[in-house]
Design a protein. Structure first.
Length: 82
């Protein structure tokens, strides 16, 4: 597997959780947000739904890319750059 084919510039935090099998609590530690904010990204209701900022998406991508470069295997890969 070519590790570069799975490197990304931005990554939705919910996809980040899915790819690496992380809880919202664990992901929030890497993304510098609260677990409650992570849950708000997943909400479907208009009053509680939040959209992740570019900063959060960039942090998710950076952590993802670091783990890929270290040779860690994701649990699930919903995309393929080829």
């Amino acid at each position: 597997m070519n590790h570069n084919e799975y490197l990304v510039e931005e990554l939705d935090p919910l996809i980040f959780c899915q790819i690496w099998g992380l809880t919202y609590e664990k992901a929030s530690e890497y993304l510098k947000v609260t677990a409650r904010t992570m849950a708000a990204y997943a909400c479907q209701g208009k009053s509680t739904k939040r959209n992740p900022s570019s900063r959060v998406k960039a942090l998710a991508a950076m952590q993802h890319n670091t783990w890929i470069k270290e040779g860690k295997q994701p649990i699930y890969m919903p995309f393929n750059n080829s």
